[in-house]
Design a protein around this ligand. Structure first.
Ligand code: APR
Length: 235
C-alpha cells in the first residue's frame, strides 16, 4: 500500500473529483454509465440550457439531489476528514463535487469550486445562495424568488466562472504537496492545478486509472479512493 509522508511544515492542497464519491453510489461523469453518457451537457448544465428549458434543468438536478441524498460518505471521505484534523489549516480541501459527502464525512472546511447541489439561488437578484433540499420536480412550477426571478441550482455551469478561485490559487501557490483524487483531468481550471504547482510542490494522483493530465504528477497511485486513502497519509 502506498504511503505519503507529510512533514510538520508541509502545506497540503487536496483536489477531489467525482471519483471519491463513486464508492458511495454517486455516478461519475465520464466513466461508463457516467452522467454525460446519459445527458447532454448543453441541455442540462449551461446558462443556455437554463434559458431554453429550466424545467429540464431542474429535472436533472432533482434526479441528482435524489441520488446524492441517498448516498453515504465512504472511507475516502472519512480519511480526508481525519487528515484535516491532523493538519488543521495546513490542509486546503478543494472539491469539484457538488455533493455534501465531504461534510458528512466530517470535513469542516470544504471549498466547493463548482457549487453545491443542496443550495439554490435566484437567477436575477443578489439573494445569497440558500440551503435547499427540495426536489422541484416536474410537473411543478419553476420556483420563484420574491423579486420575480427564477430560483436555480447553486451550481457552476459550463461557461460560468468557478467559485473561490482567488483563495484556491493562493492555496496552490502556498502548497508544498498537491494530491488530486478521483478526477479525470478533463475540465479546466482544475485540470491545470497540478501543472500550476509543478516545481514548487510534490504532486500525486489517486484513482483507478491514470488521468488525462497524468504527466503533471510525480506519481499516480492506482486504486480506489476508499481503499487507498485510509492508509495513505503518514503525518
Ligand atoms: N476512486 C477514485 N477515483 C475513481 C473511482 C474510485 N472509486 N472510480 C472512478 N474514479 C475516477 C475515474 O477513473 C475518473 O478519472 O474518477 C474520475 C472521474 O472523472 P469524471 O467523471 O470526469 O469526473 P470529474 O473529473 O470530477 O469531472 C470534473 O466535470 O462535468 C464536470 O462539473 C463537472 O465537476 C465535474 C467536472
Amino acid at each position: 500500500m502506498p504511503r505519503l509522508t507529510i512533514s510538520p511544515v508541509d502545506r497540503v492542497f487536496v483536489l477531489t473529483g467525482a471519483g471519491i464519491s463513486a464508492e458511495s453510489g454517486i455516478p461519475t461523469f465520464r466513466d461508463a454509465g457516467g452522467l454525460w453518457r446519459n445527458y447532454r451537457i448543453e441541455e442540462v448544465a449551461s446558462p443556455h440550457a437554463w434559458r431554453r428549458d429550466p424545467r429540464l434543468v431542474w429535472d436533472f438536478y432533482s434526479m441528482r439531489r435524489k441520488v446524492a441524498s441517498a448516498a453515504k460518505p465512504n472511507p475516502g471521505h472519512f480519511a480526508l476528514a481525519t487528515l484535516e484534523q491532523a493538519l488543521g489549516d495546513r490542509l486546503f480541501l478543494c472539491t469539484q463535487n457538488v455533493d455534501n459527502l465531504h461534510e458528512q464525512g466530517g470535513a469542516r472546511r470544504v471549498h466547493h469550486m463548482h457549487g453545491e447541489l443542496f443550495k439554490s439561488r435566484c437567477d436575477s437578484c443578489s439573494l445569497p445562495p440558500f440551503a435547499d433540499t427540495s426536489l422541484h420536480e416536474s410537473p411543478g412550477e419553476i420556483p420563484r424568488c420574491s423579486c420575480g426571478g427564477k430560483i436555480r441550482p447553486h451550481i457552476c455551469w459550463f461557461g460560468e466562472t468557478p467559485f473561490e478561485l482567488e483563495q484556491i490559487f493562493r492555496a496552490l501557490d502556498e502548497c508544498s504537496l498537491f494530491i488530486a483524487i478521483g478526477t479525470s483531468g478533463s475540465v479546466e481550471p482544475a485540470a491545470s492545478f497540478a501543472a500550476h504547482v509543478a516545481g514548487g510542490a510534490r504532486t500525486f494522483y489517486v484513482g483507478p486509472e491514470a488521468p488525462a493530465n497524468h504527466a503533471m504528477f510525480d506519481e499516480c497511485f492506482l486504486g480506489k479512493a476508499g481503499e487507498l486513502l485510509p492508509g495513505l497519509f503518514s503525518c
